[in-house]
Design a protein around this ligand. Sequence first.
Ligand SMILES: C[S@@+](CC[C@H](N)C(=O)[O-])C[C@H]1O[C@@H](n2cnc3c(N)ncnc32)[C@H](O)[C@@H]1O
Length: 396
Amino acid sequence: MNSLPVKNPDWLIKKIIKMGGSISFYDYMNFALNDPTNGYYGSGKAELGFQGDFVTSPSLSDDFSFFVGKQIEEWLIQFKSNHLCDQKLFVIDFGAGDGSFMSGLIKYLLESSNNSSEGVSFVIVEPNKGMIEKQKIKLKEFLSLGIDILWKGLEEIEGNNINGIFIANEVLDALPVERITFSKGKLFRQAVSVDKRSWRLFLDELPITRELEKSIELAKSKLGITIPPDDAPEGWTTEWHLDNSEWLKGIYEKINNGILLIIDYAKEAKKYYGPRNSNGTIISYKNQKTSNNILESPGNFDITSHICIETLIHDAVTLGFKNIGITKQGEALLALGLAERLYEIQKEFKTDLSNALARREALLRLVDPICLGDFKWFVFHKFKDNKLKINSTCLR
Ligand SMILES: C[S@@+](CC[C@H](N)C(=O)[O-])C[C@H]1O[C@@H](n2cnc3c(N)ncnc32)[C@H](O)[C@@H]1O
């Protein structure tokens, strides 16, 4: 039993007691993030950006959306020239946060001389009502201009014939994960329990489920991933992403012709599940600070974990997606014109120094190799015509 006592708000204590005093880590993360009244995203408490709890690439400045916009535009133009879309074209943003990405993207496409937003519907797939409210405020200007922006679940889009671009920036890292712990020679499912004397939460263990066992066996047979790894120390713990495959399946089944761009923190399996990574990658954020105490004030902190590169690609390819490439954010943004943009900003130094410095800092953070610059860009596609070749500048 891993004891990590923390004082917690009543709402979660009551919920856990009602569920028998112990819940899986997966359920804990799901409640802490997505509970409609108290969850970090569910309630809309999440604050992104310099003034908030943590920054994401689009919340730093519009530059990120402009670069990704350039890539999306290149894809949209190729969809049109290859007649991949007799009907509508969609750009679908999953987990849109405070709406910064969609706002920057629409600005870019409207300002572009290529008319590439013509015939395009913009959709946000966002399960958390609290975040939808923030997004609607951010996108008010475009809604009032009559731009076609819809908030829908994928299942609400008719038919299985969507043509377009699907993007998920820092969404898979927010999906609840299982945690697997190695203790006294056995594997356990990590749990969160209430100590009934002190009314505090602590990390606990539940027996491993058959579903987890099967998934671990599959990872061993298909990818050679050994859980626990040889030489795992007592208490070795890792995250296990059971939801990625279902999430990808929901998208795959809806696509007629489509490209899926996933951007996230990701590690290679060798490092992710290695003996030295003994407490996994889970971390929480508040006021721009990270904390390893994932039980602290649930609902008021973001909780996030890295993605495993090989398991994500395997999940996608098993469904039928083709992986056209993976690159680091730093390299993708350089290919999309980051150096030229930095040069343009330099020219503004004489006219508006403080603004130019702030923009330069935001740009450099996007490619900082120890943070956002190390994010991985995964590009997948599903095309009716398997032989079709599509250019992707971000992968050059
Ligand atoms: C870390 S934020 C990323 C926000 C945004 N993409 C950005 O880069 O600024 C995670 C977002 O994913 C949303 N989310 C959580 N679970 C989701 C799911 N199953 N499908 C889509 N979005 C989800 C959250 O509500 C939140 O808006």
